[in-house]
Write a protein that binds this ligand. Structure first.
Ligand code: ATP
Ligand code: LTN
Length: 338
């Protein structure tokens, strides 16, 4: 951000491509709630990103409300932060086109998420999936956002956003026009792993429903999924060093720590030497205590789509005021007739 003099702003987004889960909560939304008191915050539901892979139109609308309701249920206050849908602010798409002309093919070729999501048959992936990170850069920079709370998996995309901002500033001799946005990744919960495989991240699109704890899961489902979580036969170690090479055990201890505000060392000071027969029920109780109330509020809010629509519309209006101004400046810098 060196040299950038504009206001500190936060932007982040989540795709309406499935149910919100514990990884999304700990890696992203929980930070959204904390940051709203410190910064000018923009939290978006990135529906245009979601359609880079096929989405059923009715479901897409429903899931957009689901993500908005999750933001609210977790504690984002729409009177403080703008909550809106990406497609409701046209400026994102407009800036994304200009950034498509700034970003280089070589940069996109290196993106690991594209490789993961496109799979073996990349000829059949949508062009949108390929330029996905360019739209993400536009989401951020259309607000000149300086900080971006995300989980660890988004690190590479954030680096690309910085590269695009830097190249735009350089090519158009517009020094410090865009900030170089900083990811806010650190903290417990930045990378929650699947309950079925300690080497894969917990993900909305996981095929096994037991791999993922959704915010909407009730107490029974939470307890069942944790009971079934993959582990090894050893008891928990008494120090974090002993978690090396035990990814499933490390993940469960990490979840306990992230939800209780304790370090791994503190969790292990309490549970070291105990088997999973003791630790899993304690973890299930903690997850239920922290997540079930959010799930209940989420269900209540989903019953009021009129309210959710009004939050999104007002948020989009507020966001458009900022974004339209930035795009107008960009049009001038690029040489369009304004
Ligand atoms: P999918 O896996 O279907 O692509 P997702 O579950 O990763 O979706 P996204 O919408 O891509 O969800 O991510 C929303 C936010 O949640 C991002 O900031 C992302 O980094 C964070 N996030 C997603 N999964 C995890 C996880 N397992 N641990 C921590 N943070 C996560
Ligand atoms: N690619 C992100 C979602 C996303 C995003 C953003 C995150 C789209 N635009 C802007 C932060 C800032 C993901 O989590 N998969």
């Amino acid at each position: 951000m060196s040299g950038y003099k504009g206001p500190m702003r936060v932007l982040s987004g989540i795709q309406p491509s499935g149910g919100m889960h514990l990884g999304n909560y700990l890696g992203a939304i929980r930070k959204f709630v904390e940051l709203q008191h410190e910064y000018d915050c923009f939290y978006c539901v990135v529906d245009m990103h979601a359609i880079t892979v096929w989405q059923d139109p009715e479901k897409l609308r429903e899931q957009t409300f689901h993500i908005a309701a999750s933001y609210l249920a977790a504690g984002v206050d729409p009177k403080i932060a703008a909550i809106f849908h990406q497609s409701g602010v046209r400026a994102h798409a407009e800036l994304a086109w200009i950034f498509n002309c700034v970003a280089r093919l070589g940069w996109l070729d290196r993106m690991t998420q594209f490789k993961d999501k496109a799979g073996k048959d990349k000829e059949r992936a949508s062009v949108g999936l390929y330029t996905y990170p360019v739209l993400q850069a536009a989401d951020i920079l259309v607000y000149k956002a300086t900080h971006v709370p995300v989980g660890e998996d988004q690190k590479q995309h954030l680096e690309l956003s910085r590269d695009i901002a830097g190249k735009f500033n350089h090519d158009f001799k517009a020094e410090n026009f865009f900030p170089l946005p900083e990811p806010l990744i650190k903290g417990p919960g930045a990378r929650i792993m699947s309950l079925r495989d300690g080497s894969a991240k917990m993900s909305k699109s996981d095929d096994s429903e037991n791999a993922c704890i959704f915010l909407k899961d009730g107490a029974d489902a939470i307890a069942r999924k944790i009971k079934k979580a993959k582990t090894d036969p050893e008891p928990l170690p008494s120090e974090p060093k002993g978690l090396e090479g035990r990814p499933e055990a490390a993940n469960l201890v990490g979840i306990y720590g992230a939800l209780s505000g304790k370090t791994d060392a503190q969790v292990l000071a309490d549970y070291g030497g105990q088997g999973f027969g003791v630790f899993k029920p304690a973890l299930a109780d903690l997850v239920v205590e922290k997540i079930a109330p959010i799930g209940a509020e989420l269900n209540r809010l989903e019953g009021d789509p009129g309210y959710l629509k009004s939050v999104l519309d007002k948020g989009a209006e507020r966001a458009s005021e900022v974004a339209d101004k930035v795009v107008r400046e960009v049009r001038e810098i690029v040489g369009f007739v304004v």
